[in-house]
Design a protein around this ligand. Sequence first.
Ligand SMILES: [Zn+2]
Length: 483
Amino acid sequence: MSVNITTTRLTVRCASQHVRAGTPTCKRRSFWNTVFSKPAAVKRRARREEESPALPTPTREYHPTPIPHETIVHSPANAGQLDAYSAKTIAVSIDDTPRTFDTVFLRDSCTCPRCVDPDSRQKLFQTSDIPQEIEGKARTVQDENKSWVIEVEWQNDVPGYGAEHRTRHSLNWLRRALNTEVELRGGVRYDDRVLWDRDTITKNNKWIDYKDWTGDDSVLFDALTHLNKYGLLFLKNVPESEESVVNIAGRIGTLKDTFYGRTWDVRSKPKAENIAYTPQFLGLHMDLLYTSNPPYLQLLHSLRARTPGGESFFSDSFHAAQKLEEASKTHFRTLCTFPVTYHYHHPTYHYHYTRPTIELHPYPKYSEPTNLALHRVNWSPPFQGPFEARIGGESQTALRNYLAASHAYEKILSAEESLFEYRLNEGECVIFDNRRVLHARRAFDATKGERWLKGAYVDDDVFFSKLRVLEERFRGGGLRMGL
Ligand SMILES: [Zn+2]
């Protein structure tokens, strides 16, 4: 990696470099200096005012074009040299591209011990404490690990901070802050996600031994990274105990409690209140879409698999959404907007939630309908409630459009080449992303034996928290602000 942090205010830096190096390296900067620097603009304005004092001076003369940020590759010769002027932005060359940071952003994210409590890691000032007039001067220095960092001195700093206050940010952190705002927010690298069909997942499936999952953090990190990429993971050699699924989920974090309980059983029983508890075929679906925050991970541990049939199958709803978008932008758009209601309506519980089938990231950068834009899919036909009455009115075409789009989507989801089928054996556990990977089950013959799965859920916050912690430990500090 080239060492290439640099700052703005090139005129003075240029001049001093000139003097130090004694070489004419500043032609371009002299040009900018002549044309755009403040004194030149002020002179021009003064001249014009003399010529025609009655005419209002054009506004742009009062706001000359800002001096362009120029990239200066740092060499040991100019490292440590402080900018001559304070400014509201600091330009830093990152991977040979000049990038500009607002001083408010750099000040706000200061992690020095006066700004962030070293023990509690809580912020000791408020964003609203930062004066609007804040400006900074930067220099580059090497930290104790010999990595390049920018060090900023402040003008008009937060009240109470003296002139000695310095803010340091590593090049690595600045790069992450620029490129991975979603990563910082959610701990997910969406560009790492691998969308799959049957062939891809068959080749890439990962099996983890229960002992390694529970005893080895590096295996756990590897497994969670895989789960984040593919949304599907299998464990084997799981002890025959109703507590095993608690131990498996507990390695990630707190289990999500729902009205089904902290853990729950999928076994056939008469007059079941949920279709999952019958031996019938259960089509591709997600769990608990009738709640505002459906579970992120679902775990199913097989305790008994002694009936014929009952195979599980899985389909990547993101892969299907991308294929749908390629095939028909109209259908894709319909699924992004048309509201579908899910409910769980029983004497004791009545859950109800309405959502479109496909949700995109609300951030402009991710607004293109590509893999990167997909945030969530909501698809759970067995738990659908009636559409809102106004949608079913005779003058509405929306429902017809939805019907056509849902036909097209379902066809891709359940195409043979999309489905990964697996019959879970006793002592095996599957973990899948309930907001992405659809699951289904073939019918089984409940009279011929026992089928019993023990299930649990884990929330997305819990999963990503663990992934970030392990990422910091095994790949070096990165996701935490200021590192
Ligand atoms: Zn600070």
